[in-house]
Design a protein around this ligand. Structure first.
Ligand SMILES: Cc1ncc(COP(=O)(O)O)c(C=O)c1O
Length: 363
């Protein structure tokens, strides 16, 4: 089996590149004394999770409980980095916590109450991190004082263990050499918060943060104990255009076939929004729906569900009907979640299918 005789469109993972991405960040975190807890939302795969653990990850992060149930097969230290507030889902976390370390984040009293009930009903002890908003304006309590208030509730709740603080710096998308100032702002907020907790007799043993754009600058947040990057395992055009990696570090590429050149100035590929997702590139909305590796001047201008319209007027040479070309998607995470399985291209050139084990686990 080679990439020449598999059906297209399909997602092909270059195993050597993924392994290199995993090892490189593992080496950095080790050198800085930081824990690495990869977010599995990107690959949703037991194989990749095991590779990350083998490279030294301290545990895994998931968003949803459905993902946690799948990834529990690969790891006995899980963090649901999402405010889980469904009683049924919290009970499932409580059951998982009976024989492994399970942590979850909370940013509301209502959430803490649901977790407390779930721990009581299941007998599992849930570690809880207070989520703080440090600039993304998505989830998380707004001030150090509010974090202390919630921390006290968690500390008093039977069945819950106050483990620390979680934040996500997803708003920082500056070039690496411009990140110091915003990372120092986060560090200052964390220091103030840890100090406030400590004066109230509360300890934040875990400070969980991190993202792919800030991954290699993580040491600048001196109080952080672990990071949760996800995208770094495969990378995508968001991480390339952000200046964090080069296209050589993109392990996941969509193999497509040109199916039409009937309209002048364009070719049509057999991948549309059901394959590439409709995500635009963050910070570069006009950059099209992905990067055509073999024809860098081509522009994926429009997508319908099964068609990708690629403008080629700027290209020196043009692909013909029947040609296979490769696309680096803008945002790899939703692209992976659209696949039941991907192709794994091993170092030795062999190709095998790789199930996307937690595909579609969005609850
Ligand atoms: C809470 C949380 N943690 C970690 C990550 C991983 O970040 P990245 O995609 O930059 O690797 C995400 C991504 O959405 C997230 O939402």
């Amino acid at each position: 089996m080679t990439t020449m005789n598999i059906h297209t469109p399909c997602l092909v993972i270059d195993g050597a590149v993924a392994q290199r991405n995993i090892e490189s960040l593992a080496a950095y975190t080790k050198s800085k004394g930081l824990g690495l807890r990869p977010h599995t939302k990107t690959h949703k795969s037991l194989k990749l999770a095991r590779m990350q653990i083998d490279a030294g990850a301290v545990g895994l992060a998931v968003a949803k409980v459905g993902e946690a149930k799948v990834l529990a097969e690969a790891c006995d230290d899980l963090l649901a980095a999402y405010p889980v507030i469904s009683p049924q889902r919290c009970e499932e976390l409580g059951r998982l916590a009976c024989d492994r370390a399970v942590r979850v984040v909370a940013d509301s009293l209502a959430g803490v109450r649901v977790l407390t009930d779930a721990a009581f009903k299941t007998g599992g002890t849930l570690g809880v991190l207070v989520e703080m908003d440090i600039g993304m304006k998505r989830t998380g309590v707004q001030t150090p004082e509010a974090s202390l208030q919630l921390a006290r509730e968690i500390d008093d709740a039977p069945g819950l263990r106050l483990d620390g603080i979680m934040f996500y710096p997803g708003h920082i998308r500056l070039q690496p050499d411009q990140q110091q100032a915003p990372l120092e702002v986060i560090d200052a907020v964390l220091m103030e918060t840890i100090d406030l907790w400590s004066r109230s007799g509360l300890e934040a043993a875990i400070i969980s943060g991190g993202s792919t754009p800030t991954a290699y600058q993580s040491h600048m947040i001196t109080r952080m104990t672990e990071i949760r990057p996800g995208t770094y395992v495969y990378n995508d055009m968001n991480t390339v255009r952000g200046g964090y990696v080069s296209t050589d570090d993109c392990a996941a590429r969509v193999l497509v076939t040109v199916v039409s050149d009937a309209v002048p100035g364009q070719v049509v590929i057999d991948a549309g929004s059901k394959m590439l997702s409709s995500d635009r590139c963050s910070g570069a909305p006009d950059a099209g729906f992905g990067h055509v590796v073999e024809y860098p001047q081509a522009w994926i201008a429009r997508l319908s569900e099964e068609h990708g319209m690629v403008e080629i007027s700027g290209c020196d040479t043009r692909p013909s009907v029947g040609d296979r070309i490769t696309i680096i998607p803008n945002h790899i995470c939703p692209c992976v979640n659209l696949q039941d399985a991907v192709w794994w291209l091993d170092r030795d050139g062999s190709l095998e299918t790789l199930a996307v084990d937690a595909r579609g686990r969005v609850t």
